[in-house]
Design a protein around this ligand. Structure first.
Ligand code: X8Z
Ligand code: ZN
Length: 465
């Protein structure tokens, strides 16, 4: 915990120098938003959803009340297990979890601490979710000699040969994502994608590594810009980014104004909905796992998934609640940091590892704040992706527990997805959602259904102590 604390503090030190500039940045944006007829920029951001900004805020809260009981159980379970591991360093009198212990710099996704919180009951403990990092490295090295050197000890990764090997490994990662989309019937990515994308951190200059996906010409010049490493997180991220690229390509026949996601949450949800199909049986089909675990193994796997998917929701909500408050003036510059931790404490129940003050600017240490990328889109996406996933599972003819469905290679699922993507922004998103899922609103039910077995299990674990 001591080491994690130091790393956390070091990262968050990057925020402070931005604090004054951020105050001015907010003022300038609000001038623009007012000129466009909005009260402030937060209202402008909330106005992009075919409903009033006030209705939009209510929608987000409504979905949160659907999922909060599951978050609470997950939180209690994780806190207990962290205290069992770290003792006093994980225990606070106010019941919050110290943010540096959750396996992610922003405590936004907790899957990296799976090993610490994995079930101990031997009946379940025998089912370890596959070590994807290991399996990917092994498979990529075996299939692609040019990439193998990237994992071999003794390779100088800054040499020309080392850079080539890392690039080959990065491309191999993206190929997994591409092959999922082509299995659904989408055409392969163009040759220029492979020539013009940035797949790894270049050795000779500083770049923004935060993954992004680009459509340069609305014809077919699609690219990603990432710094890929071969591990679990990046396996998910390549699918996420390709979701953007396949969406961009699908709506580029629309008139200019309609070339966009049905709303920004849709854009963020496509690749993730596809990645939910990365089930044990899919990994087995790919040769990334040897066996397909039985039904009892669903709890460990669901726990691993929930650590990423469920834990994320209150983080995303807190982030944009903070920005809306900052834009409206309800949160004054003198209280930026205090309000930040109040909201993170209220929704996520996490706390900073060391005392913070108003010389700090911890929100600034999250890329989307200085880069000014709205964040409610990711909250929506976390919920929509389960709605989309269920719709595509149904289209594929799948029957059975939702969390075991993979619609890999299903043409009907692909056709359904293509139709939604091609519509772009040409009609209200409610209509697009209805055509895709039968429902015209954000609905956390599919997500709750997916995790229903885990919810029951967590309640039992938490009742035990
Ligand atoms: O920023 C992203 C993508 C690019 S749109 C990699 N995501 C959010 C984040 O990293 O905070 C995806 C999940 C949430
Ligand atoms: Zn994205």
């Amino acid at each position: 915990p001591e080491e994690l604390r130091k790393i956390w503090v070091g990262w968050h030190d990057t925020g402070a120098p931005m604090r004054q500039k951020y105050v001015r940045f907010i003022e300038l944006q609000n001038i623009g938003a007012k000129e466009l007829g909005y009260k402030d920029t937060g209202e402008l951001w909330r106005a992009g959803y075919d409903m009033t900004p006030a209705e939009f805020s209510v929608e987000l809260e409504r979905a949160w009340t659907q999922l909060q009981p599951l978050y609470d159980e997950l939180f209690t379970y994780v806190r207990t297990r962290l205290i069992a591991k770290y003792g006093k360093a994980a225990e606070r009198a106010d019941g919050k979890i110290p943010a540096q212990l959750l396996g992610n710099m922003w405590a936004q996704e907790w899957g990296n601490i799976y090993d610490i919180v994995a079930p101990t009951d031997p009946k379940l403990a025998q089912y370890k979710p596959v070590n994807l990092e290991e399996a990917l490295k092994k498979q990529i090295a075996a299939k692609d000699p040019a990439a193998a050197a990237a994992f071999a000890s003794g390779t100088d990764l800054t040499s020309d040969a080392g850079q080539d090997a890392k690039t080959a490994a990065g491309k191999a990662m993206v190929r997994y994502g591409e092959s999922f989309f082509t299995s659904l019937g989408f055409p392969a990515l163009p040759a220029t994608f492979w020539e013009r994308s940035q797949f790894i951190h270049p050795r000779d200059r500083d770049v923004v590594c935060h993954a992004s996906a680009w459509d340069l010409d609305s014809v077919d010049d699609l690219r990603v810009k990432m710094c890929i490493e071969v591990n679990d997180d990046y396996f998910t991220t390549v699918h996420h980014e390709l979701g953007h690229n396949f969406y961009q390509r699908a709506y580029n026949k629309q008139p200019f104004l309609f070339r966009g996601g049905a709303n920004d949450g849709f854009h963020e949800a496509i690749g993730d909905a596809v990645a939910l199909s990365i089930t044990p049986s899919y990994l087995k089909a790919l040769g990334l796992s040897e066996s397909e675990p039985p039904a009892e193994a669903d709890i460990p796997l669901q726990l691993r998934t929930a650590l990423d998917k469920i834990a994320f929701l209150p983080f995303a909500l807190a982030l944009d609640k903070w920005r809306w408050g900052v834009f409206s003036g309800e949160i004054k510059p003198a209280d930026y940091n205090k309000a930040w931790w109040e909201l993170r404490g209220k929704y996520q129940k996490v706390a900073p590892p060391v005392d913070r003050s108003e010389t700090d600017f911890d929100a600034g240490a999250k890329m989307h704040v200085p880069a000014n990328v709205p964040y409610a889109r990711y909250y929506l996406a976390r919920i929509y992706q389960f709605q989309f996933y269920k719709a595509m599972c149904d289209a594929s003819g799948y029957k059975g527990p939702l969390n075991r469905c993979s619609f890999f290679a299903s043409k009907p699922a692909g056709d359904k997805l293509a139709k939604m993507l091609e519509a772009g922004q040409s009609q209200p998103w409610q209509q697009t959602l209805k055509e895709m899922t039968g429902s015209d609103h954000l609905d956390a039910q599919a997500m709750a259904d997916y995790f229903a077995p885990l919810y029951e299990w967590l309640k039992m674990q938490n009742a035990k102590k």
